[in-house]
Design a protein around this ligand. Sequence first.
Ligand SMILES: [Zn+2]
Length: 448
Amino acid sequence: MSSIGDELHRFAAELYPICRSITGDGIRRTLKAIQRHIPLQFSEVPTGTTVFDWTVPKEWNIRDAYIKDGSGRRVVDFRENNLHVLNYSVPIHATMSLSEIRPHLFTIPEHPDWIPYRTSYYKEDWGFCLSHNQLTAMADGSYEVCIDSTLADGNLTYGEYFLPGGSSDEILISCHACHPSLANDNLSGLTVATALARELTERANRNYSYRFLFLPGTIGSITWLARNREAASRIRHGLVLTCIGNQAAFHYKKSRRGDAEIDRAVAHVLSHLTDAAEILEFSPYGYDERQYCSPGFNLAVGCLMRSVWGTFPEYHTSADNLNFIKPQCLAESLRVCAAALEVLENNKRYRNLNPFCEPQLGRRGLYRPTGGDSIAGEINARLWVLNLSDGEHSLLDIAQRARLPFSAILEAANLLQANGLLELVAPETRAEEDLPTNALKRNTAPNF
Ligand SMILES: [Zn+2]
């Protein structure tokens, strides 16, 4: 039997060859592949649609592209690697000298074997990306340059999976699905999000509803937010998943709020499940958390990564390939996400029904059978839960203060409740400041 990590890596390998972009058949094929695992709904938004300050662009599709030398040999060939074409290149078919082509060629001289990934979404242009070694091997002379692409009115496509739970409050999981043959950024996010959706579907009880979005980066989340302001107002917590397949320590970028429950939940889980994780403050650059955390929405959405975009040499190059992501890393990322959601699902407040001095746990079989120097971890967890369950502290507050894993605190709370020592505090009585404070809810949003 193969492990979940192997399964995730195989799925990444299936998606890897597809030439994705922010629109077109590449992203549709990718979403269809995800649809075989979860019942994804497709949305098609026509070119020219206004989405806040942006406009849905023309749809791009590509069949072939190459540079042929005088002998007719393809010296740069899209069929070998789809990174070879400047993503969103307009069509061209011409014979040109190397010096005429040169301004349209992109290489990485410091990594002469690697092909860079470049895009030109919002400026009509054409170009080729190639290894520096390929470029230096190109002699002066004339070349046939061909990009068999179309850039025309069409649609922007995104995929969405809504999974209802006990409450209409939602948890958002979002990842971009627009990069061509790049594995960590962001096939790792797509595959882990798909597996997470499948796991949650099989879960018997969900307190929250879940919304999974697979979108083209930036324009996709802007489009979704423009068309779903009502649903956006129900998002209580969210995670953007990206670059979570390589062998690097985890990095979690906090939401704009900085102290949201998702921020605390992920930091807690990382501190107990992984080594050397780093928590990063919010910044207005990065992935789609930029849109979810724009001031009009200010959603509690953070971004989970291993390597941070732009900081690892393989980023946006052909070296971000299937060897760069590892089955065990994908599996661990899935575990971290599932554990963080488990915290959110169970982060309740309780009231100690015996608050005047400690209840006698031994009488109830909840203490150690004989006296000694130390107490076992599970008894320590029970004492913390009893002490801090005053209706104000959540189980996550208690886990953090006790420096114990959330799962140990949850287990203690369940046991104490079953023994009549704790009662659940109804969520309605929770303090107002815990509720989302986004501008939509307060109805102070500008007329956008
Ligand atoms: Zn990227």
